[in-house]
Design a binder for this molecule. Sequence first.
Ligand code: BGC
Length: 743
Amino acid sequence: MMRFSFKKSKLLLSVILCLHIPHIIGQNKIPKIQLEKSQISSEFIEAKIDSIIAVLTLEEKVAMTHAQSKFSTKGVARLGIPEVWMSDGPHGVREEISWDAWSEAGWTNDAITAFPALTCLAASFNPELAEEYGFSLGEEARYRKKDVLLGPGVNIYRTPLNGRNFEYLGEDPFLASSMVVPYIKGVQKNGVAACVKHYALNNQEHWRDKINVEVSDRALHEIYLPAFKAAVQKGNTWALMGAYNKFRGQHTTHHKILNKILKTDWKFDGVVISDWGSAHNTKEAALYGLDMEMGTGTDGLGTGTVNHYEYYYLAKPFLKAIKEGELSEDLVNDKVRRILRLMYRTNLNPNRPLGKLNNKEHYQTARKVATEGIVLLKNDDNFFPIKDQKGLIIAVIGENATRNMTRGGGSSQLKPLFEISPLQGIQKRYKNATIIYTMGYESGAPVYDKVLPATLNQDSLYVKAIEVAKKADVVLFIGGLNKNHLQDSEGDDREDFDLPYGQEKLINGIYEVNENLGFLLVTGNAVKMPWISKTKGILQTWYLGSTAGLAIADIVSGDVNPSGKLPFSFPKELNDNAAHTFGQISYPGDGVNQEYIEDILVGYRWFDTRKIKPQYAFGFGLSYANFKISDVKLDKENYTKKDQIKVTLEVANTGNREGAEVVQVYIGKHKSKVKRAVKELKGFSKVYLEKGENKLVTISMNVSTLGYYNTDISDWSVEDGTYYLYVGNASNNIVKKIKFELF
Ligand code: BGC
């Protein structure tokens, strides 16, 4: 046993004192960290940040720029500077994760409201609802004591195989921008930072850690960056996450697209956080714009150097490089300045509210988003809505009718307080009809990067499904994809465009015995639909979160009229999709490199320009009512570059119930000197109308938004000449085309 003498302990005390001497000497200069409510002007805060940086030691500053646990970074305890706590993700606040491992921490007070996936939010075409979504989610994050919410995701939908499309806002930069801005504002009203991800070009999961994307400057600026730009300049996001992939040979987490585009051109003053484990090099991380390094490799409690937080690129190696004069201390000062700014916006903001969790309003918002986002794709013979009648037998068939859809899928996985399945929702709503259920197929349970094999006999499930279908008046097949690895899930892409688990055979089999068949497609992605003629009705129902079943029953029963529109195109064949037209080098790449050969022609831009018919077009969605768009007018015939373009039109509900129509305004350049899509979305408005009601709608756009990214000057140019305005209720259903001139 070690023996302590008084002499030895005195020595120890003086060593400890010596180590802390700089702090003690500087004590009278230590600024008060906390603000009074009256002191939150940005000048005051910036001055305060200066005074704090002046008293921080180099070690303390470096410690703030990297993880101390899976989801937190260090504060400075002696000064009362707090830690920063983060959580996934875009659709709800993730359960607590262990300090030093990916396992769940096992808390009992971390169950939350699961909101619908972002594809569903995008399909609502309702920016006000996006703010409500962000606000509710922000309240939950705040209640769970999170400072940064790791979302929303705005990577553009380039291929239907991307395993993470369900976490993003679709294929169109204007739609994604319009939805991301209010989402961020809503979250941040709670004193919780949104962290927009994944910057940039993380458009597939396959090989995401290493794939090097080659894409033109035009496609970068016109397609892949606008939603990030809007998030920064209009949404004022306080944080942004780098991505795993490379772009032009360099990892995007430390790249000139951060310093040059994000921080200089767009003037982003927040914090760039790495994706977990996406930093690769100390010098690049220090120099090229990364502010905070988070990690996936985990050995924080061990004694080794591999994967230990203290040995991250922005930890000891960073400190050493500064001490040895290889890197300037200004670099860490800038990172710490941004981190302190984030703190004064979040955990050092004396005005931030306390947050709320699992309250009635959050469930109402979740249900509203879900019902507004569900898209009615097909409705022959008014298959939907289905009336609740005595004597009616409804067969519900398919694993997705009962499957938990908030588990699996990767980092967006949630632990909701409850999740009402489609079957439960239908059973609750239909009091008179008889509901019979059978599974039809089984897919196996998700575990992070694999799937446990199915436990039931697939042939018996099939036989049973056919028997049940025979007995019913109506069949609702509830299938699609799920959150298993290689489906709608992080870490890899789907391997196939078809429906998995033998569903096509099952639909064909059911159709043989019962043609009164509707399909509720639960996916975050387009799927191939060779079975389409076998169905009378199709609803695209996404992943809907806690109130999934209630929202589905709202729409199926007709209590709510569907008003969602597709935020991405559904191709008929995979190769009809632009990314898949140019072979392996375009998607998924050769293992090292990948070229976005389709360039700016992503999504409907491709279908329109190449005159390829999609299965379902961007912006398409039916209603139980009918609408008429008429009297479309422009406020002028000619515009100058400084003008606003004002479109007015009338929308009438000519159906026999209330409903909502999304009027979409696209603009295209006639005879451009550069390659252009036929038309691009530039405005939309969701119009709610009672039966028989008419509304006058005005949609305005700045002429500056008609520009293209001019690579000769590395800036936007607006061409003179003739343009066309297209107004419709889907990208392939244009009711009016008007020519105008720009001088
Ligand atoms: C994902 C991020 C996520 C992070 C933390 C990464 O693997 O790409 O989106 O926020 O993990 O869970």
